[in-house]
Design a protein. Sequence first.
Length: 203
Amino acid sequence: MKLKLAVLGSGSGSNMQSIVDAIEAGTLDAEIVCVLADVPDAKILERAAKHGLPGRYVSCAPFKTKLDGEAEQEYIRIMKEAGADTVVLAGFMRIVKPGLLAAFPNRVLNIHPALLPAFPGLHSWKQALDYGTKVAGCTVHFVDAGTDSGPIIVQKCVPVEEGDTPETLHARIQVQEHIAFPEALRHLAAGRLRIEGRRVIIG
Ligand code: GRF
């Protein structure tokens, strides 16, 4: 069934771009019904405008690191009014709380720049580099009440190369993110995802 996506972001929006590209190429049965940013000049809003998608900044004040309280209610109201059935966290740098999860049960997806459960939290590519792992990657997962802890849908690996900097490693991971997110959404749109405990069965 055609997905009605609400995309939430804080930054560049390259992951949203990969989803837009897949929709425009006809390889993902979805429509982006709203794009919301918690940063007024986030590039994700520019990208949305360029593709004629309804995008807007919505403040999350007074909270700095989470979406909660009245701001959470406002986000939910806007997404519901836009007809969203699925929430895509595409570089949204806040913790979402149970209120939003309850409004979209098992329909909130996030992309994380590490092979979870390794390196949750911030700057995960740098954490991998500092730790000295030989592989890194990304994870698309359903969001639950924890941080980067929900059931995993898709993961992609990349090698860590000699001489990598946080920037070069993140750039290599992002190439895979742009494949992984549309892939996960394609499974969701086709009704192929079933959550069994911690596991997501793709069938
Ligand atoms: C990505 O690395 C994603 O994994 C993380 O935030 C970054 C967002 O990048 N959650 P973009 O805004 O989609 O370009």
